[in-house]
Design a binder for this molecule. Structure first.
Ligand code: MG
Length: 353
């Protein structure tokens, strides 16, 4: 394992690939004259915090990206590029992947966390559920099947409270408008580049589709015809009040393409009012995958696909020194320090020039 200091051993298109590798490696520094905000202190930590195997060839500045196996990545880039854009799809997590981890010097909000029902009693009840179930979610000692049951229980209770507490679409709009949430720089360029090439993007989330779509509307001020949000979707009555959820609950532990199988029939056109129902089968035929996530569990988003090549890009937002080793094993490229999306834009321009 090493940071992306060395060129790949062999590549069918060495010039462009080298350019890509250089771009991925190039440290992207913030304005050196600006004082770092308090929560960012890890940005300036020396590379001593990285695993020893990574520190030998990059001892002066911490890189913003790490590639454990450049030659394997080079082979995948070459294979996906050779197959062309019609074979590629992008599957992206939402919170902490498309959105920034930090916002104005503090933790950004998630699509779940930003929601205020306009009913304090019910906001408090959902918070109490969080206090009860979140420790279970992160407890490594609970067997997965048992934990999955409990997660489903948590999600369903939360959804029940949202209905019972009379959530309105207006409250969602206001919550998003007040929220501390922002997309990473470069997300719009990425979506535009993919849209121009008709490459579909599945935004796959255990959160709430209606909120994610409202975040798209309010924070990007435009829509993309190639983006489908696959997440828990609400049903509102004529007064704009939540009355039900569609389909099977997608929670943190069943968030994979099997969930997509279950959800697709009820997620009209995969959630995009402009999409066509054929999109689903088209997605299945796209056998090269660019996966974007911020948790190792996000790799499961491509589980149900028989993909030929997958490049997994991980955003390691917190606990960098503890998690980098595992992340760099799991993901082909790991971006550190709440990096912008520009490295992924460069990668996509190599995959589909
Ligand atoms: Mg996430």
């Amino acid at each position: 394992m090493r940071p992306m200091m060395s060129p790949p051993l062999l590549s069918p298109s060495p010039c462009s690939l080298l350019r890509f590798l250089r771009l991925c490696h190039a440290p992207r520094r913030r304005n050196p004259t600006a004082a770092p905000p308090t929560p960012y202190t890890f940005r300036r930590r020396p590379l001593l915090l990285l695993p020893v195997a990574m520190s030998s060839s990059a001892s002066i500045t911490a890189p913003n990206s790490v590639v454990a196996d450049p030659s394997a990545l080079a082979r995948k880039v070459a294979a996906i590029r050779a197959a062309g854009p019609s074979k590629l799809q992008v599957i992206a997590d939402f919170d902490g992947t498309l959105t920034r981890y930090w916002y104005d010097g503090a933790r950004g909000q998630s699509s779940h966390g930003l929601l205020r029902q306009g009913n304090e009693e019910y906001d408090a009840k959902r918070e109490a559920l969080y206090e009860h179930y979140h420790p279970i979610e992160i407890c490594p000692d609970i067997p997965l099947p048992e934990k999955a049951k409990l997660m489903e229980e948590w999600w369903e209770k939360t959804h029940g409270l949202l209905i019972e507490g009379g959530l309105t679409y207006e409250a969602i709009k206001k919550s998003v408008s007040d929220a501390a949430i922002a997309f990473r720089d470069g997300v719009v360029e990425l979506f535009e580049y993919l849209e121009e090439r008709d490459i579909p993007v599945l935004v796959f989330s255990a959160g709430l589709a209606d909120i994610i779509e409202e975040v798209f509307r309010q924070k990007l001020h435009r829509s993309f015809k190639n983006i489908k949000v696959v997440s828990n979707r609400m049903v509102f009555n004529e007064e704009g009040r939540l009355v039900a959820f569609k389909g099977k609950t997608i929670h943190v532990l069943n968030k994979n393409e099997h969930a997509l199988d279950m959800a697709a029939p009820v997620h009209d056109s995969l959630g995009d009012p402009n999409g066509s129902i054929d999109d689903y089968s088209l997605v299945k035929k796209r056998t090269n995958v660019l996966l974007l996530g911020d948790h190792i569990g996000d790799l499961g988003m491509s589980d149900g696909l028989n993909y030929e090549n997958r490049i997994a890009v991980g955003f390691l937002n917190a606990n960098i020194e503890k998690s980098l080793k595992d992340y760099s094993k799991a993901f082909d490229i790991v971006y550190l320090n709440d990096a912008p999306m520009r490295g992924v834009v460069e990668l996509v321009s190599e995959l589909c020039p």
